[in-house]
Design a protein around this ligand. Structure first.
Ligand code: GLN
Length: 232
């Protein structure tokens, strides 16, 4: 189970989300606090951020804790909208850059925490990798992000063992699902963080209940239940 983090708000350095917090993604790559599946997130990492409307990505199949080159440039990369992740590959999945979140369709950046049976999903050539997360990302993009809640409920019904925590952004919206794993939200004065687990001990972090969808637009946050009938 990987760990991911999303930001929508003021322009901030990418390093302020990934490196600077005491329990940020760099520390979560080797010592996550709430991870139930897997001990380490050593199988790669990625960050995507919006440069105006343009999504840009930097991904690697190496552990984040050793990334001294990216660490040195991250303070100079500022964005109002960021999706970052560290990966613990599911057994049998390829370990390669193209299997590493965030995935993109050119408009959205998307990360998946979890596992899904690939046989319940259509395999298209537009999937970036044969990794379950890449195939699921492709399915979500094809169905449209406005149907994220329906898609997760349907895939969850087709594979009852699936864990389907999604985190996605398009520069003006940040959306996430909690479906089988942890998700927390921090409403800051300058923006909103959604993360698999809190990056510090700020008492303002709130846990999102399982089987829920979170949608952030500007400073509006909506949290709704995914009841299996596709409420969104
Ligand atoms: N199943 C995905 C992969 O193999 C995600 C794994 C995870 O959430 N740890 O990369």
């Amino acid at each position: 189970m990987c760990r991911h983090l999303g930001w929508l708000g003021a322009q901030v350095p990418v390093s302020s989300l990934m490196w600077d917090p005491p329990q940020g993604l760099r520390v979560q790559s080797y010592a996550p606090r709430r991870q139930k599946h897997g001990l380490l997130n050593a199988d790669g990492w990625g960050v995507g951020f919006f440069d105006g409307q343009m999504p840009r990505r930097w991904r690697s199949a190496a552990p984040l804790w050793g990334e001294t080159s990216f660490e040195s440039v991250a303070p100079a990369l500022r964005s109002h909208c960021v999706i970052a992740a560290v990966r613990s590959a599911t057994v049998g999945m390829p370990i390669e850059v193209s299997a590493t979140a965030p995935f993109t369709d050119g408009h959205w950046l998307l990360s998946h925490n979890g596992v899904v049976d690939r046989t319940v999903l259509p395999l298209r050539s537009t999937a970036e990798s044969l990794c379950d997360s890449a195939i699921l990302a492709d399915e979500i993009f094809q169905r449209g992000m406005d149907r994220l809640g329906d898609t997760i409920a349907e895939v969850g019904a087709a594979d009852p063992l699936a864990r389907l925590n999604i985190l996605a952004a398009n520069g003006s919206r940040l959306v996430a699902t909690a479906w089988g794993d942890t998700l927390s939200i921090l409403r800051r004065a300058d923006g909103v963080v959604l993360a698999s687990e809190p990056y510090d001990d700020d008492p303002d972090w709130e846990d999102v209940p399982d089987h829920h969808l979170v949608e952030v637009t500007g400073d509006q946050v909506n949290i709704t239940a995914l009841d299996g009938k596709g409420i969104r």
